[in-house]
Design a protein around this ligand. Structure first.
Ligand SMILES: NC(=O)C1=CN([C@@H]2O[C@H](COP(=O)(O)OP(=O)(O)OC[C@H]3O[C@@H](n4cnc5c(N)ncnc54)[C@H](OP(=O)(O)O)[C@@H]3O)[C@@H](O)[C@H]2O)C=CC1
Ligand SMILES: O=C(O)C1=N[C@H](C(=O)O)C[C@H](O)C1
Length: 278
């Protein structure tokens, strides 16, 4: 493949759990070129991104904490397609990362969760004005898209539903971005869920979980040994219907990440959710 057809990719959060998987996936894709591997972890500065990700050969791309110079460099690369920034960093920094990328004409593909609805709206307005594609995807696994589709269908028939999300205990944000999106998708039907049967008292604050706008309760479990799991539990007289998705390896997200990298250059605005690009 000539360089002209190649998509230059910068991975932000390259030394993290997801970043390392993305480095491997991008390195193995013949239509993508890894241009930069950004991470702020001090002990990983200067290390080869491929070796850090567990590849047998070095990629000759060093880990660096210099995002803006890398965005500027890729933006100036005229021999290739427009650049893509894949972001798996932290809820506190992702908003600024996306703004910086769009300002340089680099398309963000964002897996980092924890953005507020107001931030997503601001970023959407910013991307629209810049006529630049941006993908924010709370969950890149096909299994979760299918679970959410099934949940939306089930919610036409069930009026009571709660969500339990279970994650490793390194996770910074709660509830998970996926659980919030799942509640939003159910809420879009415009029906009232979970009409109270009695007046409830929480004897310990938080016992009934968090209450999403849609009236749906989300319960967050954090334990070592977990990766990422979600149950959507529907209840009705005499029956329980449970949908469950389990992640056993972060490789499950990579087909979705690669699809998003290839699709984002065709967009001119912000799109939220993997289901919109399948
Ligand atoms: N959409 C999806 O399908 C998925 C989304 N996620 C989300 O992705 C995000 C990352 O998850 P995960 O890989 O598990 O987290 P990790 O903590 O393993 O990785 C994040 C990496 O980003 C680094 N980092 C922090 N701040 C910056 C910054 N300003 N610039 C560059 N690098 C930075 C961290 O460094 P340090 O540790 O030194 O702070 C760390 O190396 C989370 O929000 C998570 O919820 C996760 C899995 C799937
Ligand atoms: O932090 C994680 O691990 C994950 N985060 C995303 C979320 O918050 O929904 C996606 C997946 O659940 C893994």
């Amino acid at each position: 493949m000539s360089n002209q057809a190649s998509i230059p990719v910068i991975v932000n959060g390259a030394a993290g759990k997801m970043g390392r998987e993305v480095i491997k996936a991008v390195a193995q894709a013949s239509d993508l070129t890894l241009m930069g591997a950004i991470d702020t972890t001090p002990q990983h500065q200067g290390k080869d991104a491929g070796e850090l990700a567990g590849l047998s050969e070095p990629l000759e791309v060093p880990i660096s904490n210099q995002l803006e110079p890398m965005l500027a460099y890729v933006a100036g690369e005229r021999q290739m397609q427009p650049g893509v920034l894949v972001d798996f960093t932290h809820p506190d920094v992702v908003y600024n990362n996306i703004r910086s990328a769009i300002a340089y004409g680099i398309r963000p593909v964002v897996g980092t969760t924890g953005l507020s609805p107001a931030q997503i709206q601001e970023l959407s307005d910013f991307a629209e004005k810049a006529s630049t594609g941006c993908l924010i995807i709370p969950n890149f696994s096909i299994g979760m898209v299918l679970l959410q589709e099934a949940a939306v269908r089930a919610s036409q028939y069930f009026d009571h539903v709660e969500i339990i999300e279970l994650h490793h205990n390194q996770k910074a944000d709660a509830p998970s971005g996926t659980a919030i999106q799942t509640a939003q998708l159910l809420g879009e039907l415009g029906k009232t869920f979970n009409t109270a049967m009695v007046e409830e008292t929480e004897k310990i604050a938080g016992a009934r979980g968090s209450l999403a706008d849609e009236g749906i309760r989300i319960h967050s479990v954090r334990l070592p040994g977990l990766i990422a799991h979600q149950e959507v539990i529907f209840g009705a007289a005499g029956q329980i219907y449970t949908l469950r998705h389990d992640t056993s390896d972060r490789a499950c997200y990579m087909p979705g990440v690669l699809l998003a990298i290839r699709k984002v250059n065709q967009l001119k605005s912000l799109v939220y959710g993997l289901e919109k690009i399948l």
